[in-house]
Design a protein around this ligand. Structure first.
Ligand code: ATP
Ligand code: MG
Length: 385
């Protein structure tokens, strides 16, 4: 039975005496040499002795080129080889040429060695070209990264500049609305008072939005510097409480603040943590239907105070929990979405807590509610830096 080997390129079964694959035409020696993964397969799948010339293409032609044999000699050797193979005796072309006395083994080895060197040289050149291409692509990628970083910087500069610019006229609007609302500019009819109430709420929302954008642009620029101090938790929570209560009452939501009276002070940045509590309570109220409950509780555990902000709201499906920290992303991103917001709140909460060395963990059950938890160190203890 004729011995077959597997072409390392197209994997079809080929006669080992051929220099080129009868199916795909690839030079078998070169393909094996270039395909070092296919080589062991080939060795395993073939039942013939591996000689250097198996790996080297065009041995016969090369011997003719170098004047060691004539064309007729090669023809005769090929016939001889075919006969041997037909008898089930594997025979390489070099072996046939030696057996027929056209060349000696030394010449074969010499020519094969030359070809191996040439192959090696080609491989090295290919490797160098590949390395060069990888280096070029890496440089392209680095360039693209630099561009993106620059664009990102421009974007956050833009957000921060525009936010500061928006704040000034807004302060004027709020000032005049307050004066109007407290009747300093004269008495108001009930409908005028209602209208001003709506204007004030919208102004508050705008102000909040601008604050979020400013915080976000600072965080993106890596300028989220904390000024850490010992703080009373109650004071932190109460900073935004009037607005939070108003929102909760507006939606008929029961707001519970459960702080033990002996809760120790914590180490945190005052403004930023006030903002975090506000955001988490805001989410709780926003994503809880009327009649539900939103609660903030704190409890000391060794050197930490553990905070939990829970709600009995719509919840978050488990497979979407990872999305909630993406900036400018809301789970309901549709045009008809029911909940207002830019999708920045949790992205910022995450960054602020991270800067405090804390992590926000969220667990949620759709239809039942959500719990956001994090811990901050208590004051007066060396927390190791
Ligand atoms: N308590 C919660 N219950 C249910 N879903 C929530 C809750 N908190 C956050 N999510 C989901 O995560 C998304 C991202 O929250 P995030 O606070 O970042 O944005 P937002 O509240 O929509 O807008 P913003 O905070 O900028 O006003 C929300 O849009 C909502 O889909
Ligand atoms: Mg929010």
């Amino acid at each position: 039975m004729a011995v077959k080997i597997t072409c390392p390129s197209c994997h079809s079964s080929v006669d080992p005496s051929l220099h080129n694959c009868s199916q795909c035409g690839v030079s078998l020696g070169l393909a094996v040499a270039l395909n070092n993964t296919a080589f062991p397969d080939m060795v395993l799948s073939m039942d013939v002795r591996i000689a250097p010339e198996t790996l080297v293409p065009r041995l016969g032609e090369l011997l003719i080129e170098r004047g060691f044999i004539g064309f007729e000699d090669l023809e005769a050797a090929l016939d001889f080889q075919r006969e041997k193979i037909a008898k089930g005796e594997p025979c390489l072309i070099g072996q046939a040429l030696v057996e027929l006395g056209f060349v000696n083994q030394y010449t074969i080895d010499e020519v094969v060695t030359v070809q191996i060197f040439e192959l090696q040289h080609k491989l090295e050149r290919t490797n160098r070209e590949l390395e060069q291409r990888v280096a070029e692509r890496t440089a392209d990628l680095q360039q693209a990264l630099l561009k993106l970083t620059e664009l990102n910087r421009l974007k956050s500069n833009f957000i921060s500049n525009i936010s500061h610019e928006l704040r000034t006229p807004l302060t004027h609007i709020k000032g005049y609305l307050d004066i109007l609302a407290d009747h300093s500019l004269g008495p108001l009819t009930t409908s005028q008072e209602n209208a001003i109430e709506v204007l004030l709420r919208s102004e508050e929302r705008l102000e909040q939005l601008i604050d979020d954008l400013i915080q976000f642009s600072l965080a993106v620029k890596g300028e989220l510097n904390l000024s850490l101090e010992a703080l009373e938790v109650r004071q932190l929570v109460e900073a935004y409480l009037p607005q939070t209560l108003k929102k909760a009452e507006g939606k008929e939501i029961n707001l519970e603040i459960l702080l033990p009276s002996d809760l120790p002070r914590i180490v945190a940045d005052e403004d930023k943590m006030q903002w975090v509590f506000n955001q988490l309570l805001d989410n709780g109220i926003k994503f809880t239907p009327s009649g539900g409950t939103v609660a903030l509780s704190a409890i000391q555990e060794q050197d930490l105070v553990n905070f939990t902000i829970s709600d009995s709201g719509i919840g978050i499906p488990e497979e979407r929990l990872s999305e909630i920290f993406r900036p400018f992303h809301q789970l309901d991103g549709s045009v008809t979405r029911r909940y207002a917001g830019t999708g920045l709140g949790l992205a910022m909460v995450h960054r602020i807590l991270e800067a405090h060395g804390a992590a926000l963990s969220v667990d949620s059950t759709p239809g039942a509610g959500t719990r956001c938890m994090f811990s901050l160190p208590i004051a007066g203890i060396d927390h190791g830096g």
